[in-house]
Design a binder for this molecule. Structure first.
Ligand SMILES: Nc1ncnc2c1ncn2[C@@H]1O[C@H](COP(=O)(O)OP(=O)(O)O)[C@@H](O)[C@H]1O
Ligand SMILES: [Mg+2]
Length: 373
């Protein structure tokens, strides 16, 4: 039985269909992350699960029960949303225990629950303060604590860390991960932060225009995207899309990339990555997808024996990030981004010998942007 099941849920606001038959089953203890561009319907879906907005059609089941027409309080969920509001006149202790009081939890149990989450979120020393005496990050913890004081069937988090500065986000992210590992709770979590999605999720649902394009493990959505949208959405810097023509035949497919003022670049497509659909696309325009980390600087010590397909390009920009260097270089009609090691010494305008790991490349049909191989 799923902890949470969304069955063909639609939501219209007036004439706008914001959710288009979304179906999703979330296992007990699973950490599911929803990602997608702004306005694609993530919060609408969360509000529908929470019962804050009625659905237009479809059903929502929590722990096997149809809760579609139940109030938020009857659904046994706890939420932390982006615009969390604390009660300004109450102390932290009061804020955390208020919801429990409303649920008629006896005083001794309430106090124990407050101690437990204060300990968990390392905020025992803050319990007697008012929200106005807390930093933004501390307030965020209180909002989190208020949700975690309960043990609901499902937690819903809608961009809970988006108001925090970078350092605090990272700390809170680790804390949420630890909490999930320790408590094994079922969580649906919306974020627009790539790293949050990749590090926290058991599975990621990528949404666009009111529907789910792909649902899979972080590894699946990152390395095996269903289409160009998912491929381009996941990862930072984004996957490079390179216009190419597919040539050859099974066993010897290759990609021809026309680059202005240079000879055409021809990259053999790895045999083990061939798909039957490629045969029909010979002679057509395709899009080669290469992530920045699929490039590497040619290692001269290996005397050309390194893995990967060699290529060379004139570097236009070199951007050291500290941990590595992002290079911009022309490949085909546009520039691509390559991520190389921090010791790569190359000046703008110089040619650099690179290797590209074609075994990890992905291929799309240009016409409809779907995955070809
Ligand atoms: N209460 C509402 N009334 C009318 N339109 C809404 C309402 N809430 C959201 N929308 C619209 O639904 C779409 C999805 O919004 P939302 O779910 O907030 O997106 P996301 O959280 O993915 O950024 C947007 O076009 C938004 O304008
Ligand atoms: Mg939103």
């Amino acid at each position: 039985m799923s902890a949470l099941e969304i069955r063909k849920v639609r939501k219209d606001f007036g004439s706008e269909r914001v959710l288009k038959e979304v179906s999703l089953a979330i296992d007990s203890g699973e950490f599911l992350i929803l990602v997608g561009p702004s306005g694609c319907g993530k919060s609408t879906l969360m509000n529908a699960i929470a019962g804050l907005e009625p659905v237009t059609s479809g059903e929502i089941h929590i722990a096997g029960e149809d809760v579609t027409w139940r109030t938020p309080a009857e659904r046994d969920i706890a939420m932390v949303f982006q615009s969390y509001a604390l009660y300004p006149s109450m102390t932290v202790r009061g804020n955390i225990s208020f919801g429990l009081e409303m649920r008629k939890m006896p005083k001794a149990e309430r106090e124990a629950a407050v101690e437990r989450v204060a300990d968990l979120l390392q905020m025992s020393h803050l319990l007697d303060r008012k929200p106005s005496q807390l930093s933004g990050g501390q307030r965020q913890r209180v909002a989190m604590g208020r949700a975690l004081a309960r043990e609901p069937k499902v937690y819903l988090f809608d961009e809970p860390l988006s108001n925090l500065d970078a350092k605090l986000r990272v700390d809170m992210r680790t804390e949420i991960k630890k909490l999930h590992q320790r408590l094994g709770t079922t969580i649906v979590y919306v974020t627009h932060d790539q790293i949050e999605a990749m590090t926290l999720a058991d599975r990621i649902a990528v949404m666009r225009d009111g529907h789910i394009l792909q649902l899979g493990t972080p590894d699946e959505v990152y390395n095996d995207p269903v289409d160009m949208f998912v491929a381009g959405f996941m990862g930072s810097p984004s996957m490079n899309f390179i216009a190419a023509t597919l040539e050859g035949a099974p066993g010897r497919f290759q990609l021809r990339i026309v680059t202005p003022e240079e000879d055409d670049l021809v990259l053999p497509w790895p045999r083990q990555r061939e798909t039957p659909a490629m045969t029909e696309q010979v002679g057509r325009d395709v899009v080669l997808g290469l992530r920045p980390e699929h490039f590497s600087e040619e290692d001269e010590r290996l005397a050309g024996q390194a893995e990967g397909t060699p290529l060379s390009a004139r570097v236009s920009v070199s951007e050291p990030t500290g941990a590595d260097i992002l290079l911009r270089l022309p490949l085909g009609e546009r520039e691509v981004t390559a991520r190389v090691g921090p010791t790569c010494r190359v000046a703008p305008g110089e040619r650099l010998a690179l290797r590209v790991d074609m075994a990890r490349a992905v291929l799309f049909e240009q016409a409809n942007e779907t995955r070809l191989a």
